[in-house]
Design a protein around this ligand. Structure first.
Ligand code: FEO
Ligand code: CA
Ligand code: CA
Ligand code: CA
Length: 591
């Protein structure tokens, strides 16, 4: 119901004030609890976290760094339990200056690591699966659970789909081009109707170095994917596969969507190359009325594109085995937004249109390995950094977080990216045919679209529409991830609001329909330096999990005197990326 405080919004929590602080904060009436932190032991025989004595062996059995995507898979499997389940977490990247003493800050710190530290970093990447349950005292993680799992750079994975076995995926360690160790820079993700999780490799270029970036036969292709002679990390010094001059094809084995079964810690993750190789922010699904499944994915870089993969066949709820390789067969599309409020999904299919041998595409393998170049040729719409793309379960519409693009010029604006120097970002809403009915068609190649929300302080950009009731506290900057509660209200987390707007990153909620449509309200404020990732509700909306990534990552912070020691606030303990649970004091649905 409406309250004077909430105005036309259906959301009635008291709004937080915009601020920057060492600690975090949530709307009154709610409580924050830390569920698991970087370094917490999760596998048998893992030692307690000791920031002064980190080893790759310990880290491979402890919760990893920089948690991003979060998912909650109920236990038992197939139930809608909201008090017991598996927390599935991505560990996107590492910040050596905050992890290890004495390295200083920034990219210099990243390149100054010892081999032992680099190997801790490799073990801190990847993912975690952790059993969690809600007890009288709140949420706890179960140490040594038989479900618990760490995925690291050493985890064997299978490569499947059109690029599997292709010569461009072969290396000296894997002459067949079908096996790879680990995954890199897994940002957001998604899941499937058949109960597996998807984890998306994003900025995989950071990890590779070598002269070949500029002079090798793949230099143009490397450049399109941001691979440079001097990568951001020091790993190429210590592990030859990250050296482009030793293993020029290794980068082609990263940048994919990876599928695994979180309920089976022995399951081999599979890189699904049919979904294309790009800087996948995430990969989220929507089931079409005919049972085929669409997977939406943003390519998070300035002027990159929005993609959708549609399975060739319907998924089969009655036969799990029939869905096992559903992601290997289907059609990848890229989005083109038109000025008349329509949009088209252009198929990236070898042999169709410009995707031919004459343009360097000898097969579908070439199309997926160089998905960006294929999309260029099709005339896709360059976007303002597409991050999370999620479908609202209530209205069937698809929401695209466009985090920002400070390089778009006035000449480069387009209907779906209408602001030059778009430092705050915006959210585009796609309306597939039949949205809001049982006949919704996520497989269709046409849809309608609108700008749902313009981020930034209302009034600053002349000509931009904001909800007129947006309060001084309710506007947001740099939308990154989102989720929906069971009433179809959107919850948007931000990354970069501190730089763009001088306010902490946070979590904001808004109605998607009615008089409060796109009227955002501030619910949670992150500790200084952190972004908020992975918002996910339990099935009954009574718990909201958030991943708090890179606390303390702000200019001037370092191990010895960090800008925050969140969440422990103990002298000598660095800030620790952690998963938190937010619940309503006294019980009930969050919000
Ligand atoms: Fe890892 Fe696109 O944020
Ligand atoms: Ca992100
Ligand atoms: Ca970030
Ligand atoms: Ca981001």
């Amino acid at each position: 119901g409406n309250t004077p405080d909430a105005g036309p919004s259906s959301l009635t929590f008291p709004e937080l004030r915009h601020q920057i602080a060492e600690g975090d904060a949530v709307a009154e009436g709610h409580a924050i609890q830390t569920v698991i932190r970087w370094g917490d032991p999760i596998l048998a025989e893992a030692p307690e976290f000791d920031p002064q004595r980190q080893t790759p062996e310990a880290q491979a059995r402890q919760f990893g760094y920089n948690c991003d995507y979060l998912d909650f898979f109920p236990l038992p499997r197939g139930s809608r339990a909201s008090d017991h389940g598996l927390l599935v977490v991505n560990h996107e990247y590492t910040i050596p200056g905050l992890m290890f003493p004495g390295l200083g800050t920034g990219n210099q710190a990243r390149r100054r690591v010892s081999e032992a530290q680099a190997r801790v970093e490799m073990a801190a990447h990847g993912g975690s699966v952790v059993e969690v349950k809600r007890e009288a005292s709140g949420w706890v993680h179960v140490r040594d659970s038989r479900y618990n799992r760490r995925i690291t750079l050493a985890t064997p994975m299978r490569i499947a789909g059109p690029a599997a076995g292709h010569p461009r995926l072969r290396t000296s360690a894997d002459p067949g081009g079908t096996q790879v160790l680990g995954m890199l820079n897994n940002c957001a993700g998604g899941n499937t109707p058949w109960g597996t999780v998807l984890t998306a490799e994003e900025n995989t270029n950071f990890y590779f170095s070598g002269e070949a970036a500029e002079s090798g036969p793949q230099a143009a292709h490397y450049r399109r994917y941001g691979i440079q002679k001097q990568g951001a990390y020091a790993w190429a010094q210590y592990e030859p596969r990250f050296n482009l001059d030793r293993e020029p094809n290794e980068p082609n084995r990263f940048g994919w969507v990876v599928e695994y079964d979180p309920y089976d810690p022995a399951s081999v993750p599979v890189k699904r190359t049919a979904l294309g190789r790009l800087k996948h922010e995430g990969a989220t699904h929507a089931v079409s009325a005919d049972g085929r499944v669409a997977f939406y994915s943003g390519d998070d870089e300035r002027f990159e594109y929005l993609y959708k993969f549609v399975t060739a066949r319907p998924w089969n709820p009655a036969d799990p085995a029939a869905n096992r390789d559903l992601l290997d067969e289907g059609t990848l599309h890229v989005a083109r937004f038109e000025a008349d409020g329509r949009m088209r999904w252009l198929p990236l299919v070898h042999g169709e249109g410009p995707l031919t041998a004459a343009n360097g595409f000898a097969s579908q393998a070439d199309v997926v390995i160089e998905a960006r170049r294929a999309a260029d040729l099709l005339g896709a719409t360059p976007m303002d950094r597409p991050e999370d793309v999620e479908t609202n379960p209530v209205n069937g519409r698809v929401y695209v977080m466009l985090t920002n693009n400070n390089r778009r010029t006035a000449e480069q604006v387009s209907p779906a990216n209408p602001r030059p120097r778009n430092i705050h970002g915006h959210v585009v809403e796609i309306i597939p045919p039949g949205a809001g009915t049982a006949a919704v068609d996520h497989a269709a190649t046409e849809a309608r679209w609108e700008v749902f929300l313009a981020a930034g302080k209302p009034g600053v950009d002349p000509g931009t529409q904001y909800h007129r009731a947006t309060s001084d506290q309710g506007w947001l900057s740099c939308p990154d991830n989102c989720t929906f509660d069971s009433r179809g209200r959107i919850w948007i987390s931000t990354d970069g609001a501190d730089d763009a707007a001088g306010i902490a990153d946070g979590l904001y909620a808004a109605d998607t329909a009615g008089p409060g449509r796109a009227l955002s309200r501030c619910f949670y404020q992150a500790p200084i330096g952190a972004e908020v990732c992975g918002p996910t509700f339990t099935p009954d909306d009574t718990t909201l999990f958030l991943a708090i990534q890179h606390p303390g990552e702000s200019s001037g912070s370092h191990f010895d005197a960090p800008s925050t020691r969140w969440p422990d606030f103990v002298e000598g303990m660095p800030p620790r990326p952690s998963v938190i649970a937010i619940t309503r004091i006294g019980g009930g649905k969050v919000g």
